[in-house]
Design a binder for this molecule. Structure first.
Ligand SMILES: *Cc1c(COP(=O)(O)O)cnc(C)c1O
Length: 372
């Protein structure tokens, strides 16, 4: 077998050998060991957000978007409610699309992809539009890699007595999200980003009172978080076929997350990865889209080099032959590509990735990574 490339992408990500090995056993969905594993996952995921007391963790089959759709569909009332989505990238737009698809009242405020959501502008909007009952924001907008100030936004939303949804997908486990300090109705994330599990499971951390009040609200049976929660509460089991191997892998991934020192340890490694990546790329003339103060340690957007010898598709394929899968850009503000620093990657992997970029630029006859 060829050497499997490392994934410098926004997910799915490179996982450890031990996480993959955890999937070698077939579990029955009613097996007491498996039921205990689910209970453990729910407890541990809640603890990462310091949300064990006031929130419930509801696991859900599917990718992250399924969890976001279940969160909005279950917890945003069908009538007498209006969602304001704070958009500075594709995942914000996706929440608008979800709410529209579900026929819920929704509006949005938009900032450029390289600009943080402004808490002051949200404050003004909430003062002016009393119909808004819920606000949704993306913690790290993976489109660009920008960090949004969720604590400041949450503070504004709380002051106006509205409810907050957080798409914490690419941030969960790396950027602190403490329910004791950041009031939120619900936050959604998935198994396969910074928790370094395999894809196939999402989860929503939802405040108990909100979840309890949501009975009968969901537009969908499969994506009804209330019903899913009742299932876990009744017998510790999933309502429908559980992604058993994904659960086992995530359970192992959380052991490794704990061993690394939780959010501080994982976030620390990713920050180190970011430093090696950005430092190495800048030394070759590449420029990041974002300034360092708004860059989350998750994924980095680089402006496309101006050298006419640089062709992204050729560069992408050559990087793949060197053992690194990178990612195209998803921006409207600038022509770009992305490289992630999350997943089971070390600073030496990042240094090797930088060396591979240097080698490939040489192959292509590109003198500098500088844009324009
Ligand atoms: C990855 C991601 C999602 C979910 O994407 P899926 O492809 O459905 O797993 C949602 N929001 C953000 C910010 C993400 O990074």
């Amino acid at each position: 077998m060829d050497k499997v490339p490392l994934l410098l992408t926004p997910g799915p990500l490179t996982t450890s050998a031990t996480v993959k090995e955890a999937m070698l056993r077939d579990w029955g969905s009613r097996d007491p060991g498996f039921v205990a594993m689910n209970a453990g996952l729910r407890q541990r995921l809640g603890a990462i957000a310091n949300a064990q007391d006031c929130h419930e963790v509801v696991l859900l089959q599917g990718s992250g978007t399924f969890a976001v759709e279940a969160m909005i569909g279950t917890l945003l009332p069908r009538s007498a409610a209006k969602l304001l989505v704070l958009v500075n990238g594709a995942y914000g737009h996706r929440m608008v699309k979800i709410a529209r698809t579900l026929g819920r009242a929704v509006d949005f405020m938009e900032w450029a992809e390289d600009v943080q959501v402004s808490p002051a502008e949200v404050d003004a909007r909430l003062r002016q539009d009393q119909a808004i009952t819920h606000v949704a924001v993306v913690h790290c907008e993976t489109t660009s890699g920008i960090l949004n100030h969720v604590s400041k936004i949450a503070e504004v939303v709380r002051r106006h007595r509205r409810e907050l949804f957080i798409d914490a997908m690419s941030a969960f486990g790396t950027l602190a999200l403490d329910a004791g300090e950041i009031p939120f109705l619900a936050a959604a994330a998935s198994s396969n980003k910074c928790l370094e599990g395999v894809p196939g499971l999402g989860f929503v951390i939802a405040r108990k009172d909100g979840l309890a009040a949501s009975v009968g609200n969901a537009h969908s049976l499969a994506l009804d978080l209330y019903d899913q929660w009742q299932g876990f509460k009744a017998n510790g089991q999933w309502r429908f076929t559980p992604p058993t191997h994904v659960v086992a892998a995530l359970s192992q991934a959380l052991d490794e997350f704990d061993a690394e020192g939780g959010v501080a340890g994982r976030g620390g490694r990713y920050r180190d990865n970011l430093k090696v990546l950005v430092g190495g790329m800048r030394a070759m003339g590449f420029e990041t889209l974002l300034s360092d103060d708004v860059q989350a340690p998750i994924i980095v957007t680089f402006r496309m080099p101006a050298d006419p010898a640089f062709d992204f598709q050729t560069f992408y394929e050559a990087m793949g032959r060197q053992g690194f899968l990178i990612y195209p850009g998803k921006l409207t503000v600038a022509d770009s590509f992305r490289m992630g620093c999350i997943g089971r990657l070390t600073t030496s992997d990042m240094a090797n990735a930088v060396a591979a970029v240097r080698f490939v630029l040489g192959e292509l006859g590109v003198a500098s990574g500088a844009p324009e």
